[in-house]
Ligand binder design. Structure first.
Ligand code: GLP
Length: 240
């Protein structure tokens, strides 16, 4: 595990974007998987800017969506598909055939999971994943306690995740379930980047990177990833 600490969120966004662009330039046609959430937004915008400067071709790779809120679709502000479409897939002009999404509105969640697993397998597994950490240590929607099951699945959201979710939706929404690529599958990604910023995440960063490896802190499992770079701002790293 390599740890890189920079001054602030802006610097972090630029540095992570440069690392991902370099990866894409060296691995066209690989499959990448990016977390939504607030942390990567600046980084995603930076990637789009880099593409406009012809420094990277974001349509040269394939995309798998990491996770989604069950019950929400593209019309819903704060859904992962809405964020990724508005901030990244749309502005970067990524062709639809390059992207595989979870449909949070499809009641056949089992079918959604199998389709995502097929997509991942058809593209040779995940080449690079960019992950964030939830306030409770979750990765994607792998909540604390999620056992090591292969593939994708739905998870009951814990109370921390439900209360934090208000920041995405701008109001209370009754979300109780998430659909996600499972952590066992994410652990197989050939390269993983964990991007974290802000003082509020400092305690969970410490537990994830310096604490026991346990399913109770899903991010801690990534201590055993074969090629993980943790990229943090100073505030998130303040307890390390
Ligand atoms: C969200 C998502 C994750 C994300 C994490 C951190 O709920 N399920 O994919 O990485 O929590 O989000 P943020 O960056 O907004 O703190």
């Amino acid at each position: 595990m390599k740890i890189i600490i920079v001054e602030n969120h802006n610097e972090l966004s630029v540095l992570v974007a440069q690392k991902i662009a370099t990866y894409i330039n060296h691995n066209p046609n690989t499959l990448v998987c990016f977390a939504a959430g607030d942390t990567p937004l600046g980084m995603l915008r930076e990637l789009v800017t880099m593409q406009s400067r012809k420094e990277v071709d974001l349509s040269s790779v394939w995309y798998a969506q990491l996770d989604e809120w069950i019950g929400l679709g593209i019309e819903d502000i704060g859904s992962c598909v809405r964020v990724m479409t508005d901030v990244f897939f749309g502005p970067a002009n990524i062709p639809k055939e390059r992207i595989h999404l979870f449909d949070g509105l499809d009641p056949d969640t089992n079918g959604q999971c199998r389709a995502m697993e097929k997509w991942i397998a058809a593209h040779g597994g995940i080449g690079l994943t960019l992950l964030g950490i939830g306030m409770n240590g979750h990765i994607g929607f792998n909540e604390p306690g999620t056992p090591d099951r292969e593939g994708c699945f739905t998870v009951s959201l814990d109370d921390t995740t439900k209360s934090v979710s208000v920041k995405y939706f701008g109001a209370e929404r009754s979300v109780s379930t998430g659909i996600t690529i499972g952590w066992y599958e994410l652990m197989q990604a050939r390269t993983a980047i964990l991007m974290v910023c802000g003082e509020a995440k400092a305690p969970i960063v410490k537990a994830s990177l310096k604490g026991e490896v346990t399913v109770d802190v899903p991010a801690s499992l990534f201590q055993n990833h074969s090629s993980l770079t943790v990229m943090l701002d100073k505030a998130a790293a303040s307890l390390l």
